[in-house]
Ligand binder design. Sequence first.
Ligand code: ADP
Ligand code: MG
Length: 259
Amino acid sequence: MGRVVAVVNQKGGVGKTTTTINLAACLGELGKRVLVVDSDPQSNATTGFGIDKRALEATLYEVLLDQAGADEARVKTSAPGVDILPATVELTGADLELVDAPRREFRLRDALRSVRDQYDLVLIDCPPSLGLLTLNALVAADGVLIPIQCEFYALEGYSQLLKTVLRVRGSFNQALAIEGVLLTMYDGRTANSAQVADEVRRYFANLVFDTVISRNVRLAEAPSHGQAISAYDSNSRGAQNYRQLAEEVVRRAGEERVG
Ligand SMILES: Nc1ncnc2c1ncn2[C@@H]1O[C@H](COP(=O)(O)OP(=O)(O)O)[C@@H](O)[C@H]1O
Ligand SMILES: [Mg+2]
């Protein structure tokens, strides 16, 4: 299979990294093999999976600059079945250093070619921008998963993201699909969350996952313990939500795709 999905939204703090880590771990629980690509210089996915950055011999930075293979740089995470192509703050430099490089938009796509078939799913955690790292993710991906936080202005900036997706489709990667839109940080106690969820469902229709991720403090605590939610607090609301999402992703992969 080896489907590649970019978790993307140029807004920060909408749940990209939380979704990447916990969806990967819950798919791992289902027996799937998952590779997480940490394509954010903040490297929160790497930290959240309990990786000791000082012990890394190579990271995504070296892979993008052709100084290491993806098979050399990937390491096992704390979650069974989940590997990660880790990042450190060094990745900040990649944007600039790749500006004049040949095939600069295809770096990640080329690098993943040798490993993607070893996984059921490759999940790319994107940075909060639409720069070259995100562009590489979109060129490498079969689909995009867009987390949307259930707050006012949830759709602000979306037209720019859509424009970027369309540009990538037109120039580099015709097959790029909208995998799904995920409602995150839903707070059932506020009318606001419900309103935003309604608006998003009207706008994106069947592209929105049935699963909604509720606001759950355990999800915010887990990364500082280097664990996915399924290990940190297996019975929490957050663990239940991400397990349900993993099941929905598996189910959808078996059905025909729209978008
Ligand atoms: N469902 C949730 N409930 C509570 N806190 C959450 C939830 N999802 C994410 N968070 C917290 O919100 C912050 C932003 O989430 P994060 O996944 O890092 O967003 P992004 O990667 O889009 O910047 C983090 O501190 C994270 O722990
Ligand atoms: Mg993040």
